[in-house]
Design a protein around this ligand. Structure first.
Ligand SMILES: Cc1cc2nc3c(=O)[nH]c(=O)nc-3n(C[C@H](O)[C@H](O)[C@H](O)COP(=O)(O)OP(=O)(O)OC[C@H]3O[C@@H](n4cnc5c(N)ncnc54)[C@H](O)[C@@H]3O)c2cc1C
Length: 337
């Protein structure tokens, strides 16, 4: 094996919530061909294996068990496509945002609304990243991954990924598949997606380009979301809950100002609004963990408190929303123990 896992590696700067944490075992993977041997190494010792990208969607325990594999496989190449779209093959360790900027500069479009989402390309299919009316699923062609259970390489076409709202087979069968490469199909002809409120003003702009939409998205995000390096956070901490028509009508009878979006699968409530209504925006606990003052959905950790404190605040928010609206909030980040 060309990489030796290292014991007791500090992960405190490897997660955007800034939680102090140590991995029992850690290895950085730059070459996909080293993966089978690393998986065998962990399996022989009965250790769990986890893929780590940019750590922007994680709550880490003080001690993380098993083998943490930092995915640093790079590469960005144009490949042949029979779909009429522009296809790129990307290493899982590439930065997602840099990839968006590069592919737009090379004439592709379709991912401009997903600019400035932190993290890696390899993590993007895991929760089917989405923003401003666009999801990764819209442009994903294929995922290549190593199956740590069957210990063999697998390829997933778009349909095989079972994408849903912040969901996929990779999230459902958590830690089973380690993604090493992703292929994206981008549009040659720009078809703007401007349904999201603040982007609608662009609709009347003559000769609008994907680059201009991307720049607008970046500006909006910078004005609303705290920079993890300045104020540790993991973006939206809860998923927007989807409820049935019956639940929706009951809630509407009590809260006429309910913020809700109609979806094919039901009614999607704005989790940030629910938390706001409970008076939790800008509130925090003794360790400083709390809801961001400009967006209640973002949990912030200014003093780099532990997972215990974060989970306690999570439970506090969930309970407040449950009591007031009878709605259960599901956290978006994954918890590693
Ligand atoms: C300020 C901020 C804003 C955000 N905005 C958005 C947003 O608008 N939309 C959105 O969808 N998300 C958003 N996020 C969440 C996060 O950026 C995304 O979920 C991102 O895809 C996580 O990437 P990562 O590399 O940091 O993954 P990590 O946090 O390292 O890992 C997240 C999960 O993916 C798994 N994983 C990571 N890499 C791989 C791999 N190669 N193979 C298999 N599994 C893997 C991990 O095991 C873990 O379960 C935001 C986060 C922050 C901090």
């Amino acid at each position: 094996m060309s990489i030796d896992p290292q014991p007791q590696v500090d992960l405190s700067d490897a997660n955007t919530l800034g939680v102090p944490s140590t991995a029992d075992w850690y290895a950085e993977l730059t070459n996909a061909s080293d993966l089978p041997a690393l998986v065998r190494w962990a399996r022989e010792r009965h250790l769990p294996i986890r893929a780590l990208g940019g750590g922007s969607n994680l709550v880490l325990n003080e001690q993380v068990s098993g083998l943490t594999l930092k995915i640093s496989i790079m590469g960005k190449t144009r490949v042949e496509s029979d779909s009429g779209r522009l296809r790129w093959r990307l290493g899982a360790g590439e930065s997602w945002h840099t990839t968006v900027v590069d592919l737009i500069a090379q004439g592709g479009s379709g991912i401009e609304n997903l600019a400035l989402i932190p993290g890696t390309v390899g993590a993007a299919p895991v929760q089917n990243i989405g923003a401003y009316g666009v999801e990764l699923a819209d442009c994903l062609h294929r995922v290549e991954a190593y199956d740590t259970v069957e210990q063999r390489w697998r390829r997933f076409g778009q349909q095989d990924c079972c994408f849903g709202y912040r969901d996929s087979v990779f999230k459902q069968l958590e830690n089973r598949f380690i993604i090493t490469a992703v292929e994206l199909d981008l549009d040659r002809e720009f078809q703007p997606q401007l349904t999201y409120g603040p982007l609608q003003t662009l609709a009347s702009q003559p000769g609008l380009t994907a680059l201009q939409v991307m720049e607008q998205v970046i500006e909006i995000r910078q004005s609303r979301l705290p920079e993890p390096i300045v104020l540790p956070n993991a973006g939206s901490f809860f998923k927007n809950p989807v409820i049935t028509t019956e639940q929706y009508q009951m809630l509407l009878a009590e809260h006429s100002d309910l913020v809700v979006f109609e979806q094919a699968e039901g009614w999607k409530l704005a989790a940030g609004w629910l938390i706001d209504q409970c008076g939790l925006r800008g509130q925090n606990n003794a360790d400083g963990v709390g809801c961001y003052e400009r967006q209640a959905l973002v949990l912030v950790n200014p003093k780099r408190a532990s997972a215990t404190s974060i989970l306690a605040w999570q439970a506090h928010v969930q309970q407040a929303v449950k009591e007031r609206f009878n709605v259960i909030l599901e956290p978006e980040p994954r918890f590693w123990a």
